[in-house]
Design a protein around this ligand. Structure first.
Ligand SMILES: *Cc1c(COP(=O)(O)O)cnc(C)c1O
Length: 452
């Protein structure tokens, strides 16, 4: 071994790996979470000093102070926001991906890794019914995925419809994810609101009338949602596909959370019409059992993405542009091969097992919904499309709901956080883990019989 400038002793390296191994096998205590910065400063103390505090002490502060001040996202009783459920295989392999230090932005440096990532993307593209030419890349998350896709959509509009004096606009409903409005702000375009139906869905008809009434605005893209974050509702993709075909508007499907359910035979029909989309995203870090952070961004015709995203510079002149350079398809240049933990897990377990795991989450949501339906102190807001369940505790105020939620979070029983639906406070559950059990969740909901 060459003498290295930065030395790390082997026992320390093993201690770090042992901690990681133990975390993957045993998970994290659910009674952990955020703390105020002044408390953290007192406990963590100044860790950045001229002579270093040493690896052993830094590791101690990580295990004793840092990790306990984070939320156990992958705990099976964490049902808040969209939790996580990475497989042990994917988490372990993430360590290997780090160790391999692959620059996966360009083919020249990352070919093997990119090819494997592309196989995983091809499975998703095939589930959506996209043809052979489809492709894309893995980005950090749905936010970057949506932004990258919408930048591509505008590039196509500019190229095919010329520069307009009017303002470009994106059409979406109020149920679209906040990242869509954020992308519009960054792209400096407007958002035209499409009226959602009773269940919060965008229909083709509503989209058609909205586009017809756009006035001075020029709609270049519609963002349909394949599983809204708040209620798990899938828009009318087939109807939207018809309108996009007629109007030449780019159809983007934001399926960060819900498109995972394309892998479940019982839910696949909800996404009929997605084969007509120009692009879609799905986050394997949400419901495809991969670790943070990982979003699959796929284009039906990736050529437009290259026009929007390829970076040109003297030092990039030698790049082989005939091969697949992930940096050409999204807002990124340097990137880790963040799709590889997902690839490894999928390759290890197979697509059938993946489908079964998603089916389990869907089944759990139905069982919970049925249990809520049967309970006389609870009422279901609506039947779930996917694995988000909204319900009320009859007679409770928003404060009582929060109190119940806080108490159970502190005790580590369950993490269920209220949201709002049509202006009123309701409880919201989101299932992604195949290990979440309906009877366990219903057991906790039974405690809502008691006064808050
Ligand atoms: C979570 C989510 C996003 C944002 O994804 P990140 O990975 O958090 O950036 C976008 N759209 C939908 C529908 C989501 O559920």
């Amino acid at each position: 071994m060459v003498q290295r400038f930065f030395e790390t002793d082997e026992p320390l390296m093993r201690a770090v790996l042992d901690w990681a191994f133990h975390r993957i096998v045993s998970g994290q205590d659910p009674i952990t979470g955020a703390r105020p910065a002044d408390e953290l400063e007192a406990d963590l103390q100044n860790s950045i000093v001229a002579d270093g505090i040493g690896g052993r002490e830094a590791l101690r502060r990580f295990t004793d102070v840092i990790v306990p001040a984070t939320r156990a996202q992958d705990h099976h009783m964490n049902l808040a926001y969209v939790p996580a459920a990475p497989t042990p295989a994917s988490l372990t392999f993430d360590l290997a991906v780090s160790a391999a230090e692959i620059f996966a932005g360009t083919w020249e440096t990352g070919a093997g890794a990119i090819h494997a990532e592309n196989q995983a993307l091809a499975w998703l593209a095939e589930l959506a019914g996209f043809g052979q030419g489809a492709g894309g890349t893995f980005v950090q998350g749905g936010t970057v995925g949506n932004l990258s896709a919408l930048a591509t959509a505008r590039e196509r509009a500019r190229a095919t419809r010329g520069q307009h004096r009017q303002r470009w606009a994106i059409a979406s409903t109020s149920q679209a994810h906040s990242s869509v409005r954020s992308a519009a702000r960054l792209l400096d375009v407007e958002v035209i609101g499409v009226e959602a139906d009773e269940r919060g869905r965008m229909t083709g008809q509503a989209l058609r009338s909205t586009l017809a009434a756009a006035g001075d605005l020029v709609p270049f893209a519609v963002v349909a949602t394949g599983g809204t974050t708040n209620a798990g509702i899938v828009d009318d993709l087939a109807g939207i596909g018809d309108v996009c075909e007629d109007t030449g508007v780019w159809m983007h499907v934001d399926g960060a959370y819900g498109l995972a359910a394309m892998a479940a035979p019982s839910a696949r029909h909800r996404f009929d019409g997605i084969e007509r989309a120009d692009s879609f995203i799905v986050d394997p870090h949400k419901w495809l059992f991969a670790p943070y952070d990982c979003c699959a961004l796929i284009y039906r015709d990736p050529g437009w993405a290259t026009m929007a995203h390829a970076q040109k510079a003297e030092y990039l002149d030698q790049l082989d542009r005939s091969e697949w350079n992930p940096s050409d398809y999204a807002v990124q240049l340097t990137r880790r091969a963040r799709g590889l933990p997902f690839w490894f897990s999928l390759a290890t377990h197979g697509t059938t097992k993946y489908g079964e795991a998603v089916e389990r989450g869907l089944r759990t949501a139905i069982d919970i919904a049925n249990g809520i339906h049967a309970a006389d102190h609870l009422s279901l807001v609506m039947e779930p499309d996917l694995s988000v369940v909204l319900f009320r505790r009859d007679g409770w105020s928003a404060e009582q709901m929060l109190e119940w939620s806080d108490r159970n979070a502190t005790e580590g029983t369950v993490l269920i956080i209220p949201t709002s639906w049509k202006g009123t406070s309701v409880f919201r559950i989101c299932i992604v883990s195949p290990d979440t059990r309906a009877d366990a969740v219903l057991g906790v909901l039974d405690t809502m019989r008691d006064p808050a």
